[in-house]
Design a binder for this molecule. Structure first.
Ligand code: PLP
Length: 396
């Protein structure tokens, strides 16, 4: 394992790093260790644990076996030095940001970012003297302009929620790096292998593990993947603030891991089939627009082909008749759950006008490309036929 230390001390990382594979011995199901503290053999070991020099099951807030095992899996998937896990996606995102800014710094936050992230930056970070400026991740000339003044972090996501527009990640990263800024990327919507944010140059990759990583609607969790030099301060911040992922959800994430690849592949294939199946409804005027990154008419198709291996598992369906029209269809769904989440084996539909973007006025939503008649569907594992039939009957 790489030598690494906080505050310059040589030690092992206190978070998970990719592990060498070997034939499994002992229990094949992950072992769950709930103990919040562990007995140590001697004074020297106790001292080293307390000083954060060794990764052991010393005290749960400092790291524990199940979270490190999950972190190792994430680091391996993302191709990063390591990963640090948290009790939620927002705990991960806020720690990734807070650990890398200080009073007087300026950060650039995409307008098209998850509301929890903008809420943290605009309500909390600014109280600690950090300046937060906004840019559109779809306007790289605007980002270049903003980067003429020093910025510590550039924060964005792609595909964008709920419009499913795609950002030129590599170009945005190059602009940020040329200006000396780090990129914090929210990869929740399309984990590897659909999109490899690390290969595209992102410095810190944050996931709400509540979504695809968990996949079964029974876990709230988050994780930050990246290089040792950037994870060290995040792990220290986690120790001081206490937002670590607990053993039970970490175990559920370990349990979900072997099926992540096949879940993503099957959900993505179903999403494409449903998107294609809805096109005749567009032709018939029953649907105003279907946006799916895997369709040939997607506005960012060239980027999708360059930086994604498929269109992902989310659909944006615009219905004619605005809010009343989409409400009617939403209430008529018989199979797809009415809920605000994504990435699970259960398909879910949500109304951005009532959930993720409720804080905006209808005019602001329209300007952001979010019509009130928009239905966001997160495709699960029920199979395309069932989902298509449900949407067809609901749309009427
Ligand atoms: N990032 C994105 C893109 C999300 O959709 C969410 C939650 O919906 C989060 C971050 C926050 O994650 P969590 O709810 O696990 O805190």
């Amino acid at each position: 394992m790489a030598a690494f230390g906080h505050d310059g001390a040589m030690s092992e990382p206190l978070y998970g790093t990719p592990r060498a594979h070997s034939v499994p011995l002992g229990p094949l199901s992950p072992v769950l260790i709930r103990s919040s503290t562990s007995g140590q053999p001697d004074a020297e070991t106790l001292r080293a644990c307390g000083a954060g020099e060794v990764a052991g099951d010393f005290y749960q807030r400092m790291g524990h076996s199940n979270c490190r095992a999950f972190e190792s899996l994430v680091a391996e998937l993302e191709g990063t030095d390591g990963a640090v896990s948290f009790a939620s996606g927002m705990a991960a995102m806020s720690a990734a940001i807070a650990a890398h800014v200080k009073a007087g710094d300026r950060i650039l936050l995409a307008e098209e970012i998850y509301g929890g992230t903008s809420g943290f930056c605009l309500h909390d970070l600014v109280r600690f003297g950090v300046r937060v400026d906004r840019f559109s991740a779809l306007d790289l000339a605007g980002l270049r302009q903003q980067l003429q003044q020093p910025a510590r972090l550039v924060i964005f996501e792609s595909p964008i929620n709920p419009t499913l527009r795609v950002v030129d990640i590599r170009a945005a990263v190059q602009l940020a790096h040329a200006a000396g800024a780090l990129v914090v990327f929210d990869g929740t919507f399309s984990p590897p292998p659909i999109q490899r944010a690390h290969d595209l140059g992102c410095d810190l990759i944050v996931h709400s593990a509540t979504k695809f990583f968990g996949g079964h609607s029974d876990v709230l969790a988050g994780v930050v993947a990246g290089p040792h030099r950037l994870l060290g301060p995040i792990e220290l911040f986690r120790r001081r603030t206490g937002g670590i992922l607990a053993p039970d959800p970490a175990w559920l994430l370990q349990r979900s891991w072997p099926t992540l690849g096949i879940r993503l592949a099957a959900q993505q294939a179903a999403a494409l089939a449903v998107a294609q199946g809805l096109l005749p409804l567009v032709a018939a005027g029953r649907v105003a627009k279907v946006t799916y990154p895997g369709l040939p008419d997607h506005p960012d198709r060239a980027l999708v082909e360059r930086q994604m291996t498929g269109g992902g598992c989310m659909l944006a369906i615009e219905l004619p008749g605005g809010l009343p029209g989409v409400r009617k269809a939403f209430d008529r769904l018989q199979h797809i759950a009415r809920a605000a989440r994504l990435g699970g084996v259960e398909s879910l539909a949500t109304l951005p006008a009532f959930t993720t973007h409720a804080a905006l006025s209808a005019a602001q939503r329209a300007q952001a490309g979010i019509p009130d008649g928009l239905l966001r569907v997160a495709v699960g594992l029920e199979g395309a036929e069932v989902l298509l039939h449900d949407l067809q009957q609901a749309i009427g």
